[in-house]
Design a binder for this molecule. Structure first.
Ligand SMILES: Nc1ncnc2c1ncn2[C@@H]1O[C@H](COP(=O)(O)OP(=O)(O)OP(=O)(O)O)[C@@H](O)[C@H]1O
Length: 305
């Protein structure tokens, strides 16, 4: 079996009385991975544990099959980290700063300078790399933080809320850049966000946490598989069709222009089709509804509670 990129077993972290992560068991394959959850869900704590900056209170974590608490140097040599908060020296140029961090990562002087230029080129700051960071926009500062995470040529990037403070256009640009890094450079990326909608479109898989507990970890494609609900839409006569289907004993639920019918038996599909034909209604669509990723955090319907 291939080694997981990240694997945890019963991972728990408490800060005094606060439980930030509770019994989290998850295993993810390489790729672009979204780590999503509301503010305070435990995302930053999880990232810091993966980096060996914090030790778990209980359970275990492995990154590249290494223990970040014990093999901290080996893990950090392969992982780049972009922290959430601004931590940039305003009076240095991006080139100086990223070169400096390359040196701290153990690169020789010339290699550090070259790698810094390269990383700044990748994030679109090559032309402005000799300007002082203090004069940069928020978007440019986020890119410097991304460049410093890339400077030592890591195999995995841990990005904590990389779109923080950016306007919609800046967010899009940053997400496209993260996606490009994941796909073109073959680097795995864990991108943390409290906004599900923003990461779902650039990720291969998602880890969703709520209150420190795992909600679900899966590939996006598995999360959006066909559900066992048929969606039928007619251009006209929705109410009429709903009444006719109900009269046939089918439990119909209306969702805007859609009528949703559980796919309980094999003939449900044909019965709906026949009913639409009998009423001579213009059929717009009849298909199996796909799950949406947003259902992850959707409040449960009363019937499910
Ligand atoms: N050093 C600390 N001491 C005490 N409590 C902490 C500490 N760091 C985090 N917490 C608490 O642990 C919980 C998880 O925090 P964490 O920062 O990991 O969440 P998060 O999902 O990254 O949220 P955010 O996006 O707001 O940073 C929160 O309730 C937070 O208040």
């Amino acid at each position: 079996m291939p080694v997981s990129l990240i694997a945890t077993q019963g991972l728990t972290k408490t800060y005094g009385p606060v439980t930030a992560l509770a019994d989290l068991t998850v295993s993810v394959e390489p790729g672009v991975i979204g780590l999503v959850g509301a503010n305070g869900a435990g995302k930053s704590t999880f990232i810091k544990i993966m980096l060996g900056l914090l030790a778990p209170t209980g359970g275990s974590v492995r990154v590249f099959d290494l223990d970040p608490t014990r093999d901290t140097d080996r893990v950090r040599a392969r992982v780049g980290y972009m922290p959430e908060h601004d931590c940039l020296p305003p009076d240095l140029s991006a080139a100086e700063f990223v070169t400096h961090l390359g040196r701290i990562s153990g690169l020789p002087r010339t290699a550090a300078r070259e790698r810094a230029s390269e990383a700044l080129r990748h994030v679109g700051l090559y032309e402005e790399r000799y300007r002082q960071i203090g004069g940069y926009s928020t978007g440019m500062k986020q890119r410097v933080k991304l460049a410093q995470a890339l400077v030592h040529d890591p195999d995995l990037l841990l990005l904590d809320e990389p779109t923080n403070g950016l306007d919609p256009a800046g967010r899009d640009a940053m997400l496209n850049l993260v996606h490009r890094i994941g796909t073109e450079f073959g680097i795995s990326v864990v991108v943390c966000s409290h906004l599900l909608g923003e990461v779902e479109r650039i990720c291969d898989s998602l880890i969703a946490i709520e209150g420190g507990r795992l909600l679900r970890a899966d590939t996006i494609s598995a999360m959006t598989t066909a559900s066992d609900v048929l969606a039928v839409e007619v251009s006209d006569g929705t109410e009429e069709l709903a009444a006719a289907l109900t009269a046939l004993g089918l439990p119909v639920r209306q969702d805007g222009r859609l009528l949703l019918v559980p796919l309980d038996t094999e003939d449900t599909y044909d019965r709906i089709l026949r009913c639409v034909a009998d009423l001579d209604l213009p059929l717009h669509r009849l298909d199996q509804r796909r799950h949406r990723v947003a259902e992850l955090f959707a409040p449960k319907e009363p019937a499910d509670v």
